[in-house]
Every structure is written in structure tokens, then in C-alpha cells.
Design a protein around this ligand. Structure first.
Ligand SMILES: [Mg+2]
Length: 112
């Protein structure tokens, strides 16, 4: 299962990240990594705010969660491109690290 996830990541994420970069560079003002980092956190905050409202009993349209999750994804892509982060490579490394930790904890009888 993890191998499939890594294979999909390595085969597709690089192209997706590049397409976001091309789109951003061709149609929008160039921004710094710091700008996109703040934008990413702002969008994550908007998503969290929707969760907080729903948790407290307000009804939130599912489309509002989708909208903010999309904003987070776009901001993460823009941040990663501005910061020259290879997300496919970084994600693969992180998934392998998490899996190693999970197996280690499983051997110790702990849940991860
Ligand atoms: Mg938003």
C-alpha cells in the first residue's frame, strides 16, 4: 500500500507541482516564499475556522470545507514552488520515515 502511494507520488506530483508553477508564473504576480507561507497559514486558518464553527454546532456547507481545502492545496503548491521544494521527493522521504517509525512502534506494541 505504501509502495503504491510512493509510486503515485513520484509519478504524478512532480508534474502537478510544475503545472502549478507554470500557471502561477504566467498569470499572476511573482511573490516571495514568505508571502505564500503566510497565505498557506491564512488558508489553513480559514479551514480550521469552519471546523470550529461546525464543532460548536453551526451548520457549514460541505462546499465551504472543499473550498478552503483547495485554497490550502494551491497555497502549498505556490509556497513549495517559491521555496524550491521538491514536494514529490520530500513527501516520499517523509512517508518512508513515518513508515519506519510506525513499524518500530508496532514492534514495541505501541499504536502510532
Ligand atoms: Mg480561503
Amino acid at each position: 500500500m505504501l509502495n503504491k502511494l510512493i509510486e503515485l507520488t513520484e509519478n504524478n506530483l512532480k508534474d502537478i507541482q510544475k503545472a502549478f508553477d507554470d500557471y502561477q508564473n504566467n498569470y499572476f504576480t511573482a511573490r516571495s516564499p514568505e508571502f505564500f507561507c503566510l497565505e498557506l497559514n491564512g488558508e489553513a486558518g480559514e479551514l480550521a475556522n469552519n471546523e470550529k464553527k461546525q464543532w460548536k454546532g453551526r451548520e457549514i456547507e460541505h462546499s465551504a470545507f472543499e473550498d478552503e481545502a483547495a485554497d490550502v492545496m494551491i497555497a502549498l503548491m505556490n509556497y513549495s514552488n517559491a521555496r524550491k521544494i521538491d514536494l514529490a521527493a520530500a513527501l516520499t522521504r517523509k512517508l518512508q520515515k513515518i513508515e519506519s517509525k510506525r513499524i518500530e512502534m508496532l514492534k514495541e506494541g505501541k499504536n502510532f
